[in-house]
Design a protein around this ligand. Sequence first.
Ligand code: NAP
Ligand code: ZN
Ligand code: ZN
Length: 368
Amino acid sequence: MSVDQVSAIVDSVQTSVPNPTRAYAAPTAKARLAPFSIQRRQLHDHDVLIEIQYCGVCHSDIHQARDEWGEAIFPMVPGHEIVGVVKAVGSKVSKFKVGDRAGVGCFVDSCRRCSECRSGLEQYCSVRTSWTYNGREQDETPTLGGYSERIVVDENYVLRMPTNLPADASAPLLCAGITLYSPLKHWHAGPGKKVSIVGLGGLGHMGVKLAHALGAEVTVLSQSLRKQEDGKRLGADHFYATSDPETFTKLERHFDLIVSTVAAQMDMGAYLKLLKVDGAMVLVGLPEEDNAVPAGTLVMGRRSLAGSAIGGIRETQEMLDFCGQHNIVSDIELIPIQKINEAYERVLKSDVRYRFVIDIASLRKESL
Ligand code: NAP
Ligand code: ZN
Ligand code: ZN
């Protein structure tokens, strides 16, 4: 056997991707998720093969599996809070090696040429952000997410996970974490700033931890006082119930920044009045129906209303490193994949403290 033949065999061993790959999928909108078999692509030069260990369950998984945002692609394998171990790398990969802990968030590619991509805002790519699932690769192939055994992603869209943090509890940083970190940084949450987080769910509880670590004075606005003790433990200085009308009189003109994670109808005027002059309210929650915005409340206080989506690769890495330094992870409930439909129902009832994470080892019980 020639040297070339031997090295070809070695290459094929290092870069071959085992298929079929076990997964859980929603076959159609609103159907229960069930075992499903998928194919992952063989490695391109810059691809990384990640054996998935854990995947967080985001409320967006539910919106999309139920086609609440429209134009969903089925069968759908959700999951965009992915943590695992690198098992193989393409021939030109320089950022990862076999054995590294790696993460994948909400997108796996983008055009790489537009001004947004070039400035590290790949999530706002003007051509196409390739969402991790319910999206399309740049070559049109539909994407399939993290409720699966393994995934193949270009190294430039893979994150380095802090190894001092537990792998399971760090999975939600990849969506819930960055979705709150990005607006908190952009609107300068820090010492001397009064910040409110609306809704103490998966996103909200990360917002409390991050805003506290950034040095802001943090207030939770929750539907009731049921989660008050948790809120304080997570780092909130104050906690109010939005079901109590006094909350809205007491806190008038109080905040520099309000970040709303709520995915339901809300009285925008009531919340905007809680902002100081020049304060900003940033929406990250995505309700099915739009909320009416009272112009007068914005005008009479030079207040801003804005939105924010996750974060780019550079900022996501910055957030992960920040969490590594500050020992910040998500509060999780680890579940086997067989409990996913039940978990969705519990998220809808706000009955999770504060993020479900799927133990992907449980997938291996399913037959191929
Ligand atoms: P979640 O865990 O269900 O948390 C949402 C929280 O909102 C609940 O815990 C609850 O907090 C509050 N809430 C629920 N129903 C409400 C109602 N009817 N009125 C007022 N408050 C209500 O969901 P999540 O995973 O954090 O996601 C939240 C939203 O953000 C979803 O729409 C999701 O699709 C979206 N999202 C956006 C981005 C982005 O990039 N912008 C990224 C990820 C997710 P309390 O019990 O404290 O009231
Ligand atoms: Zn998400
Ligand atoms: Zn682009």
